[in-house]
Ligand binder design. Structure first.
Ligand code: MF3
Ligand code: CO
Length: 253
């Protein structure tokens, strides 16, 4: 876990701003009939035009700029020219970019056209769980306080948090220590450290919430994570700096 200087945070902030502005464009473009590949192309063009580099493309062999996960897909869905968005879908858009060697990472889930009240409630709960986690990003608290807060909100709605994928430190790499589970230390493996938060730490907090059970599995493509029970899932993510004056969300427009 590496603390960042003010100057380094400036570069991260620039990367994060490009990510959120691109996510906003993608959210507007996520209409029925658009392919998931169209959105990937749009994201790559925007990032390159802004003078940044895609963070996910080529990462451990990931083949695209954007992760786009529909309905029962949780995260890491691969864009495809054969996959069209339909009215009523919920779509997780997850994007990262690099500026001056520093990473920014954010995600949001949006509805296509008109979505039902169940789906709206799932999106609201997941975003609310993210904000509860962010509120814990205070020096003196511990990483486990973030997960406990996220889990409390999600389960309070009757939903589940995915266990197999977690948030992470972020900086000159996409994934740095510490891991940031979306569940409290009572569910952690024995001996997993629960570090104290310090000013200068930057964390990507990313609750993945399912409408059903927590279990997930990875499809044969080696990437796409789906819920084991077929229930829908939502995913929201912000890159957040811990500062002496509390949490600072870097991925705000
Ligand atoms: N936001 C995700 C993460 O932080 C995206 C990674 S996708 C990958 O893990 F392709 F880059 F692995
Ligand atoms: Co992330």
């Amino acid at each position: 876990m590496i603390s960042k200087s003010w100057r380094e945070l400036q570069s991260m902030h620039r990367a994060c701003t490009i990510v959120v502005e691109t996510l906003e464009v993608l959210a507007q473009a996520a209409v029925a009939g658009t392919t998931t590949k169209d959105l990937d192309t749009l994201s790559r063009e925007r990032i390159v035009k802004a003078g940044a580099k895609p963070a996910f493309l080529g990462y451990r062999g990931y083949p695209a700029t954007l992760c786009i996960s529909l309905n029962n897909e949780v995260v890491h869905g691969i864009p495809s020219g054969k996959r069209k968005l339909k009215d009523g879908d919920i779509v997780s858009l997850d994007l990262g970019c690099i500026v001056d060697g520093f990473y920014g990472d954010a995600a949001r889930t949006v509805g296509v056209g008109t979505i039902g009240t169940d789906a709206q409630r799932l999106l609201k709960a997941t975003e609310e769980s993210l904000h509860a986690g962010i509120a814990q990003c205070v020096a003196t608290k511990r990483v486990g306080d973030i997960g406990a807060a996220v889990q409390g909100v999600a389960e309070g709605y009757g939903y589940s948090v995915v266990r197999e994928f977690v948030g992470h430190g972020i900086g000159t790499s996409l994934h740095e220590d510490p891991q940031v589970p979306n569940y409290g230390p009572s569910l952690w493996s024995r001996g997993q450290p629960n570090p104290r938060l310090r000013a200068g730490m930057v964390l990507a907090i990313e609750p993945m919430v399912t409408a059903g059970r927590p279990a997930s599995r990875v499809l044969r493509d080696g990437w796409t994570v789906v819920t084991a029970d077929g229930s829908r899932a939502a995913h929201f993510e912000h890159t957040v700096a811990v500062t002496d004056s509390g949490p600072e969300v870097l991925t705000l427009p």
